[in-house]
Design a protein around this ligand. Sequence first.
Ligand code: SF4
Length: 432
Amino acid sequence: MATITDVICPFCGTLCDDIEVVVNGSKIESARHACKIGNSKFLSINDIPRPIKPLIRENGASREASIDEAIAKAAEILSNSKRALLFGWSSTSCEATAVGIEIAEEIGGLIDGTTTVCHGPTVMAVQYVGLPSVTLGEIKNRADLVIYWGANPMHAHPRHLSRYSIFPRGYFRERGQQDRELIVVDVRKTDTAKIANHFIQVEFGKDYELLSALRMIVNGGELEEEEVAGVPKEKIIELADKMMNCQFGILFFGMGLTMSPGKHRNIDNAISLVKNLNRHTKFSIMPMRGHWNVTGFGEVMTWQTGYPFAVDFSRGYARYNPGETSANDVLQREEVDAVLVVASDPVAHFPRKSVAHLARVPMITIAPHHSLTTELSEIFIPSSMVGIEEEGTAYRMDTVPLFTRKVIDPPQGVLSDVEILKRILEKIREMR
Ligand code: SF4
């Protein structure tokens, strides 16, 4: 038995870095400090049967193949494609994404991540109006007003409140929760809203209006309407007052804001509200990023291509036009003739029309487990789990980079995403 300390949990964008993993040979006995979902990811290693051998589908049936054969066939499909889509990346390391981008450039393909269906609108809004950012550590030490808007961390990021926002004692918030106020804005009373000091129920699709009303008050205007977005005028004035009069405020927002009507304009308005608030006090804003390294995908994409997601190399240079070059758009226009999926399950989550096209084209999937996507894939190459069986760099939701630790060895013969992708790239270069 050995205890490995300071392990980073590779599940959600909170990237808790205080996990203590007890290992017994190749078995994980426990993952102390992890929340229920983080814990189940670590312990799933023991319970879920792991595929070891690559699978190749031929004439409607799958057969086992050697890793060399699977890599050669994957390279052949990608090399012969005219417009391949390389998708996923939010649950693997930055090092793997870096190689994926090289492959996309080499074959003139498109590369996109799960950002495209979660915080893509956030990234676009940041390009318009910037981001008054902050780290989670500063929030823990300073924040006295915490707002979650369209986010339910009690379910999606269970330790976010206890490690960074509400419950921990901070340098300037010595009494922890007693020194802070929690406000939740959402369309329904979520479990996070149930523990909040104040819950503001906004009408579905009306977040933009409520944000605009708050901006009007913060900027010295008067609200003429008795109600905006289903929220009474006095409640909006009270919220604006709390925001302007706190010492250090933080607005966390989730997909309730990014994926409801208004999309990137909602985020543009929320960021602009925070900018306006900084005339009165110190206020910041942060997206609640979901998958553990979805932030890292955007960072690496931006270093290497100049753009954060939905990049098309078909003209020989990086081109970015979400709505045209994003994964669902190219799939639904049936433009893609091959797909490489890494550490993701688009078949389980994409709209029916996109999945119908995924089923028509040759798809290669690199992932640690079977999924609906591996079932539709022509080639499935099992890989090790980054953050448990491999080290790798990941970015926390506040864009702080952390190096995830390896706690056990992967099953014999199973390679890492980076190694598989490097070998595919090498083969493609040989073929071209
Ligand atoms: S909050 Fe997120 S990162 Fe932290 S233990 Fe839970 S799943 Fe893992």
